[in-house]
Design a binder for this molecule. Sequence first.
Ligand code: SF4
Length: 442
Amino acid sequence: MGLTGLEIFKHLPKTNCKKCGFPTCLAFAMALANGKTSLDNCPDVSDVAKEALSSAAAPPIRLVKVGSGDNVLEMGDETEIFRHDKRFNHPTVVAIAVNDNEDIDAKIDAINGLAFDRVGQHYEVDMVALVNASGDAATFKAAAEKAAAKTQKNFTLVTADVAAMEGALQVLAGRKPVIYAADKDNYEKMTELAKANGCPLAVKGENLDDLAELVDKIVALGYRELVLDPGSRDTSKVLADMTQIRRLAVRKKFRSFGYPTMVFTSKDDPQEEMLQAITYIAKYTGLVVLNTTKKELLLPLLSWRANVYTDPQKPVAVEPGVYEIGEVNENSPVYCTTNFSLTYFLVEGEVDATRIPSYIISVDTGGISVLTAYADNKFTAEKIAAAIKDLGMEEKVKHKQIVIPGAVAVLKGKLEDESGWEVIVGPRESAGIQKFAKERFA
Ligand code: SF4
């Protein structure tokens, strides 16, 4: 949410000296508001005006980075309340808690194993939240050593004890973990540690008012790499707090809340815990810490995250072309579909399950699904015929038969005329492919 030209104009010298290359200060202000020039092009703007303009033009929620080298996670830099208004930028970081007094090797092995490939995308858990459950600084440090050796994932270090935090940072500072958390009693020391190590600092309030006050105190100490925890743990209260923080930051530009947020789930039952995490991912949480490592719960959670954070203006597409499923030969069936990712991978999964090696032609429809593409003239007989030719299908198979989705059976006649191939109308839904293939090709 940038400034308007008139808001910028108020801060300019108003001499119309033209040194910026624009005829008037107002013209310069309008160009600046549209991102067509930079404030640096006016040599006469005062430092006070510069400060006012740059802080007013800063994103409503700060971009905060965790990790180092090739392993950096970004949080924040969000500008929207609703995803369909533009997009959400940085997916919620998903962390799993590991207590310093539990079997660290076993839990970290389980966390490392939480990686999935689904519809052409790779999902994994991002972070380990190492918790000083023992209350002992030496145990916490030893756990940090063990955990650091076991995983390349990023870390959040969870302890209110400054000495314990210092010890763990001796091990992990180079990996720039989140320091959790500064509270009203320890914030000066925790801010010093965060500053000295260049790590993001989580700020934990007892409620929203308390949180805003604490953030202001830490900013006054000169540190802004912050992550906000409003302290609530009850699902509906977390939801209300996260919503309020986002609205105040984005709509009111309330600077004390202009940072990414984090929360811990609080339910013991893994399924209830997952429902909390799903809610928090949907509503604005930058980092969520869970306990369970159950794969059957984490896969849907990470899929949900991917869906919430998909850019609604960009269809998820696979590369158009011909895909070989299994050890194909000149007798293998040829299916065709669109290059909308979800459609393609559903078809691929079903074709794979037929155990009959086959080709799938993914026609370039700009990443939209079969019926939408058909309605928009992007999945036409001409396009499919061109794909058959351009992909050299006549050299790959000798049967000249192609299976089209049942939903576009209407294309059969024209496609036969255009391509000279026999067109077989397949099932309307991909779920019917196995039965269809058994009857037709087995
Ligand atoms: Fe105005 Fe600055 Fe441009 Fe001169 S250089 S016209 S003062 S905006």
